[in-house]
Design a protein around this ligand. Structure first.
Ligand SMILES: Cc1cc2nc3c(=O)[nH]c(=O)nc-3n(C[C@H](O)[C@H](O)[C@H](O)COP(=O)(O)OP(=O)(O)OC[C@H]3O[C@@H](n4cnc5c(N)ncnc54)[C@H](O)[C@@H]3O)c2cc1C
Length: 376
């Protein structure tokens, strides 16, 4: 089979589908190629949190714009994507954390975000039964939210099919160039897709796709485990984030009340392996129970793992490359779901109009990766 389109997108996660969606809305025909099923990568393994509390003006802006897009999805996509504003609460258990959050809140408030530092008595009101040992307060943004990644990816994919197509179980094995310009991609089953633009949205596999055009893309996978509990009476609404080295983050799903959560392992677990560990379930139970003691005996019913697609500075890469027509949209560092709609829109605008809608120099492929996003 030989197929042509305006753009080829590699990867059927939130980033590939959002980019394809906005390119389609701009009138371009997109062929999206996914080696597995849609959401099979990190997107289907995430816990659905959407926040706007970041540390740089650009990441806060991208997150706030993304939030607007999530909020508009019901009307725009004609589908309830289970968007629910329950907030995000970052707990401060040390003076250092308190100071860091209050400084960041100044930047976030200046950008118009409804975030504030709340004291322990206010936290007790919104998280009944929280253990206040060592707790000094927290950064709370009530307009932060959660939504369902499966419903959103599916809705985006339906729109892509209006002008182009979405191919699942189509693994890209080669990207071919002519005179330094991208020309086509080949798939494992022998098909060739032609387009003058190829978007690498392969998430944790962005580096491998880059190697197909001799590009070294500094995105590397790290394994994160996650779990979901039995359902229980709903008693808190927000994502609770405990950034202590042995902390965790979790929220209660707004519908039926299961708790979904994960933690960042120390040391990190690099590589593509998506195994799970007995230790995670045990530790997650202990960590959640330390924050809310009544969760100590809650039953975990499933656990799984997925990849964070990391860059060294915690910021995404959204850029064209040294190979004409080859774009990189990835390295979302564990924030790809929440940033996805805006990142997809920026990418589509940049690709179709030749310049980004606003300055995204911090997301360049070739940049100094030494400054760190502290809310990563
Ligand atoms: C446990 C966990 C919890 C998380 N929680 C959150 C959260 O609450 N909020 C949030 O914003 N983010 C969260 N994340 C991060 C988020 O899931 C990712 O940042 C986001 O899904 C990345 O999207 P993506 O489209 O770039 O990558 P992916 O979803 O991985 O999509 C890339 C796709 O490319 C495909 N692909 C790879 N190679 C090829 C090839 N050769 N040919 C064709 N297709 C290929 C893959 O199969 C995959 O489907 C979490 C991640 C994990 C693991």
């Amino acid at each position: 089979m030989k197929v042509t389109s305006d753009v080829i997108v590699i990867g059927g996660g939130i980033i590939g589908c959002a980019t394809g969606y906005y390119l389609t809305k701009k009138g371009l025909a997109v062929n999206l190629l996914e080696k597995n099923y849609l959401t099979a990568g990190s997107t289907g393994r995430c816990i659905g949190g959407i926040r706007q509390q970041f540390s740089t003006e650009l990441s806060i802006k991208v997150a706030m714009e993304s939030m607007k897009k999530f909020a508009a999805m019901k009307d725009e996509l004609g589908r309830d994507v289970e968007f629910h504003r329950g907030g995000y609460l970052f707990l401060a258990h040390s003076e250092d954390k308190k100071e860091s959050y209050t400084k960041l809140i100044e930047i976030q408030q200046a950008m118009g975000l409804d975030v504030s530092y709340i004291d322990v008595s206010e936290i007790e009101k919104i998280v009944p039964g929280i253990d206040t040992t060592d707790l000094l307060g927290g950064a709370y943004c009530p307009s932060d939210a959660q939504a369902n990644p499966f419903l959103i990816v599916d809705a985006y994919a339906r729109v892509i099919k209006e002008r182009g197509n979405v191919y699942t179980y189509k693994e890209v094995t080669a990207v071919d160039c002519q005179k330094g310009k991208v020309n086509s991609v080949r798939t494992r089953d022998g098909d060739t897709f032609y387009a003058p633009v190829v978007v690498n949205a392969a998430g944790p596999y962005a580096r491998e796709i880059g190697q197909m055009v001799n590009l070294d893309i500094p995105i590397y996978p790290e394994r994160h485990e996650a779990m979901i509990t039995e359902q229980m009476e709903r008693f808190f609404d927000m994502m609770i984030v405990d950034y202590r080295p042995d902390g965790c983050y979790f929220n209660q799903k707004w519908g039926k009340g299961s708790i979904i959560g994960c933690y960042t392992p120390i040391p990190n677990v690099p590589g593509h392996d998506l195994g799970t560990s007995f230790e995670f379930g045990k530790e997650m139970g202990r960590r959640m129970g330390r924050i809310i003691p009544k969760l100590r005996n809650t039953k975990i019913i499933r656990q799984w793992s997925g990849s964070y697609e990391m860059t060294q500075d915690g910021n995404p890469i959204l850029d064209s490359s040294d190979v004409d027509g080859f774009w990189v949209v990835g390295g979302m560092c564990g924030h790809g779901f929440m940033l996805g709609p805006e990142i997809g829109w920026i990418a589509a605008t940049y690709i179709s109009e030749g310049k980004p809608p606003y300055d995204i120099a911090e997301f360049k492929l070739h940049r100094d990766f030494s400054s760190i996003e502290v809310m990563k």
